[in-house]
Design a protein around this ligand. Structure first.
Ligand code: FDM
Ligand code: MG
Length: 217
């Protein structure tokens, strides 16, 4: 049998604010490094690119933007990085991604605009590289409150977060074939959450022969 080429795994971490996402992303990166695995961290939005700078200014409320336009910029920000993500994966590097297209759908659809349906919000991200696995950090509103409230950026309030969570639930149901999307109880101590994430990524993290899929295919 001809030897098939291994590629790196594409792991996405999603979650609401105060879910411990940033902490878990760095813990997972560290575990990969400690295990000797080549790993690259990507974060969306990537605020460093010209498109990312527009997004950053919008999130800080330094500028206003039409809701459709900002949605498309978030997606464009993923598309501009997609070639380099694919390149890393093909080079055998595990890519851990802090937020991805699912945040894009969830936050925009949560605005409940008649002209921004779930389907409309999903459309610009169709054919982006699909994660091998997405881990959704599920935090309860009570726990989020206990963790010290929200920041000052746009969307960082309890009402918006609740609506976002409902869209995430829908995404989970749509994707959930039991292997590609996992909701992880993020109310627990960070060590317990980190342990579960590490277990969940085991089937992928040492490289995979599975061809990279595209989103929503
Ligand atoms: N966000 C993030 C979106 O609205 N759409 C997207 O496509 C992405 C990736 O931006 F409120 C929102 C989610 C969050 C904000 O994210 C910035 P970070 O993780 O807090 O930087
Ligand atoms: Mg934030």
């Amino acid at each position: 049998m001809p030897e098939r080429k291994q590629r790196g795994a594409f792991i996405v971490i999603e979650g609401l604010d105060r879910s411990g996402k940033s902490t878990q992303v760095s813990l997972l990166e560290k575990r990969c490094k400690d295990a000797g695995l080549p790993v690259r961290l990507v974060k969306f939005p990537d605020r460093t690119t010209p498109i990312g700078k527009l997004i950053d200014s919008y999130l800080r409320s330094d500028s206003e933007m039409d809701d459709h336009a900002i949605h498309l910029l978030f997606s464009a920000n993923r598309w501009e990085l997609a070639p380099s993500i694919i390149e890393s994966l093909n080079a055998g590097t595990t890519v851990i991604c802090d937020r991805y297209a699912f945040s894009g759908i969830a936050f925009s659809a949560a605005k409940n605009k008649p002209t921004m349906s779930y389907e409309w919000c999903r459309a610009p991200d169709i054919y982006l590289p699909a994660p091998d696995i997405t881990l959704f950090l599920d935090v309860s509103p009570e726990k989020a409150r206990e963790r010290g409230g929200y920041g000052a950026e746009r969307y960082e309030n309890a009402e918006m977060q609740e609506r976002v969570e409902h869209v995430f639930e829908r995404i989970g149901v749509e994707i959930g074939d039991g292997s590609r999307w996992f909701a992880v109880d993020a109310d627990r101590e960070k060590e317990a959450v980190a342990e579960e994430l590490w277990e969940r990524v085991q089937p992928y993290v040492k490289g995979t022969e599975k061809p990279l899929q595209r989103l929503w295919e």
